[in-house]
Design a protein around this ligand. Structure first.
Ligand code: 13P
Ligand code: SF4
Length: 370
C-alpha cells in the first residue's frame, strides 16, 4: 500500500469518528497546520480566532486542538467545565513561549517596580506563553494579546498606566510600538540574563515600553536580503509579513498582520497579483493552492517544526481515544487568573488589520507601504 492509500484510510477513519460524534466534537486547526489537518477541522484560524471559538462553543464535549501547546492551554482555560480539550501531540510546543517563564518574569517585574514604584507598569503577555504567565498578567491587572489585537492592547494599557512590559516577543512589541509612534529610544530591551535586563535605572525610568528579549526563530529567519532578492525578481509584487518579523523586514513590507490578516489579504487581492509572504511555509503553500489565479511565493522557506508535529496519525489516535489521551489540564488557581487576562483580551475589539498599509479591498488596490 502506498502513502496516499494509507492517508486515505486514515482520513476515512477520522471522518467516520467525526460523523459519529457530530456536534459533540470540535476540531480547531491553526493556519500553520498541514493542509490535510486543516481540511479535517471544523474551524481554521489565527490564535485569536481559535481562542474565541473555544470560548463561544457550548455544544462540544470534546475540543481537539491542532496547533501548539499554549493555544490548546488557552482553549482549556476558556472552555466550559463539561468540555475536554486534547492536543494530538503534547510535544508541540513553541520556542518563543519557552523564552519566558513565571520565575524570570516575576524577578524582572520586582526589579522594574523597585525603580518605577508600584502601579506604573502594565504587563501585556503575548498569547504565545504558558498559562502561568497569563495568570501573572491577570493578577497584575494586565491582558493577553495576539498578533491581531496588539495595538488595541497597547492603547488600552496606556489609558491605565504609564509604561508597558511586553513579553515574550520583542518584535511584535516593537513593531506595534513603531506603528503607534512610540520612539525607538522609548522602547528598551530586557535581557533576563543581564543585571537590570542590560539597562540602567535611568533607561527604565525613561522607557515607555519594556520589551522582553524573546523572538520566533521561524519569523526572524527572514532577512532584508531576502526582501531585496524577491523585489528584484518580482518588481511588481506585494509583500505581506507577520509582525513577529524584525522591524527591518516589516519596514520593507507593504502590509503586516496576523495569520488571519494574511489569509484575508491574499483573498482580497485582485487576480494576477504577485504576492510574497513572510510567514510559515504551510500557510503559504496552502494559500498558493487555494488561489491559483494569483502568484504566491514565500519570502524564504521557513517551517515551524512544532506545528508540523501534528499529523494524521496522531489526530486519528486522539480521536480514537477521545476524552482520554493528551488531555490539557490547567491548575484551577492558575486558570482563574489566566482567564481574567484572556477575558480582558476578548473584550478588546479584534482588529485583523495591517500594522501598516491599507486593506487590499480598499478601492481594489493593494496597499502601498507607508
Ligand atoms: P497568529 O496569532 O497570527 O495566528 O500567530 C501565531 C503564531 O504562533 C505565529 O508564529
Ligand atoms: Fe511559536 Fe514561532 Fe512556531 Fe509561532 S511559528 S508557534 S511563534 S515557534
Amino acid at each position: 500500500m502506498n502513502d496516499q492509500d494509507d492517508n486515505k484510510q486514515i482520513i476515512d477513519r477520522i471522518q467516520a469518528i467525526r460523523d459519529d460524534l457530530g456536534k459533540k466534537l470540535l476540531i480547531l486547526t491553526h493556519h500553520y497546520q498541514r493542509k490535510e489537518i486543516v481540511a479535517l477541522g471544523d474551524y481554521q484560524g489565527d490564535s485569536f480566532g481559535l481562542s474565541q471559538k473555544a470560548a463561544e462553543d457550548k455544544d462540544a464535549q470534546y475540543i481537539v486542538f491542532c496547533g501548539v501547546h499554549f493555544m490548546a492551554e488557552s482553549a482549556e482555560i476558556l472552555s466550559q467545565a463539561h468540555q475536554t480539550v486534547q492536543i494530538p501531540k503534547t510535544e508541540a510546543g513553541c520556542w518563543m513561549a519557552d523564552m519566558a517563564d513565571n520565575h524570570v518574569v516575576t524577578e524582572a517585574w520586582d526589579e522594574l517596580t523597585s525603580i518605577t514604584g508600584p502601579g506604573s507598569i502594565m504587563p501585556i503577555v503575548y498569547m504565545n506563553s504558558d498559562a502561568e504567565l497569563k495568570a501573572f498578567c491577570g493578577l497584575q491587572g494586565g491582558t493577553v494579546c495576539t498578533s491581531s489585537n496588539a495595538p488595541d492592547a497597547l492603547r488600552w494599557a496606556f489609558t491605565q498606566r504609564e509604561k508597558v512590559l511586553f513579553f515574550p516577543d520583542q518584535h511584535l512589541g516593537r513593531n506595534t510600538g513603531n506603528q503607534m509612534g512610540i520612539r525607538p529610544d522609548e522602547m528598551i530591551l530586557w535581557n533576563p540574563k543581564k543585571p537590570l535586563g542590560g539597562n540602567t535605572p535611568d533607561d527604565v525610568k525613561k522607557a515607555k515600553v519594556i520589551l522582553w528579549d524573546g523572538y520566533c526563530l521561524v519569523h526572524t529567519r527572514f532577512q532584508v536580503e531576502h526582501v531585496r532578492k524577491m523585489r528584484e525578481k518580482f518588481p511588481q509584487s506585494k509583500l505581506v509579513v507577520h509582525p513577529e518579523c524584525t522591524q527591518e523586514v516589516v519596514a520593507m513590507a507593504d502590509a503586516v498582520g496576523s495569520t488571519s490578516y494574511i489569509v484575508k489579504y491574499v483573498k482580497e487581492a485582485p487576480p494576477d497579483t504577485t504576492i510574497i509572504i513572510g510567514t510559515e511555509i504551510n500557510l503559504i503553500n496552502r494559500l498558493a493552492l487555494e488561489h491559483p489565479d494569483k502568484k504566491i511565493f514565500e519570502l524564504h522557506y521557513s517551517l515551524c517544526p512544532n506545528m508540523f508535529k501534528i499529523n494524521l496519525n496522531n489526530l486519528l489516535w486522539t480521536l480514537e481515544n477521545v476524552g482520554k489521551v493528551n488531555v490539557i489540564k490547567v491548575r484551577e488557581d492558575i486558570k482563574v487568573d489566566a482567564r481574567a487576562a484572556l477575558d480582558r483580551m476578548l473584550d478588546l475589539a479584534p482588529q485583523n488589520k495591517s500594522l501598516k498599509g491599507k486593506d487590499p479591498s480598499d478601492k481594489g488596490q493593494i496597499p502601498v507601504a507607508m
